[in-house]
Design a protein around this ligand. Sequence first.
Ligand code: SIN
Ligand code: CO
Length: 408
Amino acid sequence: MTAFYLSKPYDPPQAPQNLPLDRPWALLGGNSPQQFMKSYWHKKPLLVRGAIPAFKLAKRQGEPLGSAISAEELFKISSNDAVESRLIKAKPWTFTDGPFKKKSIPSLNSPDWTLLLQGMEARHPAAAKILSWFRFIPDARLDDLMISIAGLGGGVGPHYDSYDVFLIQMSGRRRWRISEQKDLSLNPDLPLKILKRFQVEHEWDLEPGDMLYLPPHIAHDGIALDAGCQTWSVGFRAQSYKEILQEGLWRLAESLENLPELEKRFADPKQTATSQAEQLPEELIKQVAQKLNNLKLDRIETFLPGIAAYLSEPKPQAFFDGTARELSPKEFGIQLTKQALKPHPQTRLLTLGARVYCNGEDVTTGQTGATQKAWRALASKKQFQGSMVKIEENDSLFEAFEAGWLVF
Ligand code: SIN
Ligand code: CO
């Protein structure tokens, strides 16, 4: 029998509020977050043996640790249609999207399959706690925590990602093979992204508690060496410049809605008689150029609110249950003095100067000073508790609570 039946669940600690950025971390192989960012981040792979020392310690004491989430729990989560899940089988390669009924997932003891579950930080507190360790990297870059569970030999095949990823071994062993090869062409005949050629340069067997960091475009292949092998991947996204600019630009276009001076119509009392009626009038060009200039549409500061709003959008699959707890604004204010308000695990918060963006919206402009301060605490500390003066119906904190974006 494989070890996963014997191991105790690992209970990860929540990271401290103020991360020691200049001190060595076991998680980063003895590098401080500052050193890690300077030498490895978005540059080169890093293998860390004993990234979570608790695993080695427990093994030495004869009480091995395993994942905080059991296989059974993961299978149950994969039946939820709000969870993005995929089942991949090898020999031959097949690919199915979830949700999955229990009977459509191969048994733990059968080989060559893997189940991938995205956005797990919203499904289990242990996954949310693991994410808290990575807040030395900007929140804007974070994608999510994905968990894979596999039968012996299971994997997704040799491929590359466009993301930075920390692959944490949580249960059983996985053999990782990687390559910095230039040739990243894919096999066109397969239902998933698998490299045509894979020239292995390094190979490591990861034990529970080990971690492999990979920057984008490193070819890699992870194969489960034990049934019930679990790998937790903390992924960091990066959009194309095109996407960032397009998203920023359309939000900027939308923000023109709120400018009354733009409601006025173009006027050309100075237009002279023309012999080139087909040409775009000079007068129109001159006036529009003036408006662009006045609105500072060519300046980065004008774009940034749209970009911050865009990067704070939750995942399309995010689901917020606004009816979970109904309180009046007054009751909400009282509750705030008793209990910490926290962002829902799928809520995204970003700040731009003093402004806070939550799930795609500017939640601070036009709000009271106390509300703005509370939002800044929520964005940086991920929680807020305190007494507020009277809370109105249209207070953005209260509205976000009603929408399920913030929870007690
Ligand atoms: C896995 O956990 O099996 C796959 C993760 C990856 O290669 O990105
Ligand atoms: Co990958």
